[in-house]
Unconditional design. Structure first.
Length: 241
């Protein structure tokens, strides 16, 4: 699912609820001249969607954001988010450090103000959808994983341990704790009896999932896309192999 796209685009929001927009040039021959839109642009060479979005963001704004996460949206009209991939990240942007290398201006705009601006209809719709994602905290999951990866990676460097093998071992340890919790829920251990609740089992399952996500993040900064594409493959094939 990395070859059927033409552009990579980045919606960057700040912790205080603003979105980074750039004012496009007012010239003929470009899409949406003189409109406000998100940073992004065309694929170069054999780039992945993530690589395109990250490069375009860096070139247009000076921001180099490793933790871009794929933003799945409902298509608006004839706009194709499969061909024009969208990514998102929450970044504490310092306006003084922004560098406007393309277009007329860069601006941090309150999310609520976007709908009244001169913005392409599909961008307004995708910003509205992003607001919904932010309200329920969906993008925060991978942001937490990215932070955990950084902390654990730093610890492994300090102790001279290989990070990925250690994280896979951690995943195995967490899986063992899930099995122990299940035995406790079922009361299968005569000595311990019903020693765990369903909430305990759920917590252990969450630990396994998180450990697996951190391990996946150790293999690529674009772990979210890898998981998303893998699950999409299940849907296409009719289920897990």
């Amino acid at each position: 699912m990395t070859d059927d796209f033409t552009s990579g685009n980045a919606l960057i929001t700040t912790p205080d609820g603003k979105v980074l927009l750039h004012h496009r040039e007012d010239i003929e021959g470009i899409e949406w001249p003189n409109h406000w839109s998100y940073p992004g642009g065309m694929r170069e060479g054999e780039e992945s969607p993530y690589e395109t979005a990250r490069r375009e963001l860096r070139e247009e704004t000076g921001l180099d954001v490793e933790g871009l996460l794929p933003l799945d949206v409902v298509p608006f009209g004839d706009h194709d988010p499969v061909a024009k991939r969208l990514y998102h990240a929450v970044v504490d942007v310092d306006p003084a450090r922004l560098v406007c290398r393309e277009g007329q201006e860069l601006r941090l705009v309150p999310l609520a103000d976007v709908q009244a601006m001169h913005v392409p209809p599909h961008v307004k719709d995708y910003v509205r959808q992003l607001e919904g994602h932010l309200r329920v905290g969906k993008p925060r999951v991978w942001a937490v994983i990215d932070r955990l990866h950084g902390q654990l990676s730093t610890h492994c460097e300090a102790t001279g341990q290989p990070f990925l093998p250690m994280q896979v071992l951690k995943l195995q340890e967490e899986a063992g704790e899930v099995a122990q919790a299940l035995l406790g829920v079922l009361g299968s251990n005569p000595r311990k009896g019903y020693s765990h609740t369903m909430a305990d089992l759920q917590a252990e399952l969450c630990d396994v999932i998180a450990a697996g996500m951190v391990a996946l993040r150790a293999t690529t900064p674009d772990a979210a896309s890898v998981l998303s594409d893998h699950l999409a493959g299940w849907s296409a094939d009719g289920g897990e192999e």
